[in-house]
Write a protein that binds this ligand. Structure first.
Ligand SMILES: [Zn+2]
Length: 247
């Protein structure tokens, strides 16, 4: 199981366009299944932006900047969840737009027929985060934006690039979250049948998932090592502590 998720994330990392990689890695600066927040302090945000050439070294980053970056991150995640076919959340786009009111950008033509979203204002951190918006703009231009999704498993919500042919993927990995969700739904159907008196033998949840459950978390921070993904917190490597299925 672990090998399957490793391969899935490795494949994703090989084919994801650079613009989507930037947005994906920003959204994945927190991993909810492991309670792993990588933007804990303003210095974390400075390091993340600096590591991607968006912010000059030594630029001061405030607690307010950090809070805004997290708000922007969760706004983006809400939209990515819609891409994965989550239950429609009427507030998702509104929440992202609320965050964007604090992120000034201006339209700037590159050529006669193409433009970019250039940072506006003097705030260096806001200007750096504006680079994320232009990455979104580029991916909308090339048609890949709907392929960036957030896993439909409620406890996961990991951002991933859906490179499937029909763009129908709903989970960060089928072998990890996809299997877990399907098995849980199957178990719930058995439970429902049992309560109706039609079930013959009801398999316990633990018994049902045990043979196929992954023995470790399935997100690419483990599969590839953070050094190989740009979501890496530089200079640190936190090992996973528990399985995603434990939650
Ligand atoms: Zn997932």
């Amino acid at each position: 199981m672990g090998a399957q998720t490793d391969l899935a994330f490795q494949k994703e990392d090989e084919v994801i366009p650079p613009s989507l990689r930037l947005v994906r890695d920003f959204v994945n600066t927190v991993e909810y299944q492991l309670d792993d927040e990588r933007l804990r302090e303003p210095g974390d945000l400075a390091a993340w932006l600096g590591g991607r050439g968006l912010l000059d070294a030594g630029t001061s980053v405030s607690a307010d900047d950090l809070a805004f970056a997290r708000q922007l991150r969760e706004g983006l995640r809400g939209v990515l969840e819609l891409h994965a076919g989550h239950e429609p959340d009427a507030t998702a786009v509104r929440r992202l737009n609320e965050a964007l009111t604090q992120l000034p950008v201006r339209l700037q033509f590159i050529e006669a027929e193409s433009f970019e979203l250039a940072p506006a204002g003097d705030d260096p951190v806001r200007r750096a985060l504006g680079g994320l918006l232009d990455a979104v703009r580029r991916s909308i231009d090339d048609g890949t934006w709907p392929r960036l999704k957030a896993c439909a498993r409620d406890s996961c919500r990991w951002a991933y690039y859906d490179h499937s042919r029909n763009r129908s993927s709903r989970w960060c990995t089928m072998a990890g979250c996809g299997n877990a969700v399907k098995m849980r739904k199957a178990y719930e159907r058995l439970e429902t049948a049992r309560h109706r008196g039609r079930g013959r033998r009801v398999i316990g949840w633990d018994e049902m998932r045990a043979p196929r459950a992954p023995t470790r978390p399935c997100s690419p921070t483990r599969a590839l090592g953070r050094a190989s993904t740009s979501s890496t917190r530089r200079g640190t490597s936190r090992a996973p502590t528990r399985s995603r299925l434990d939650r």
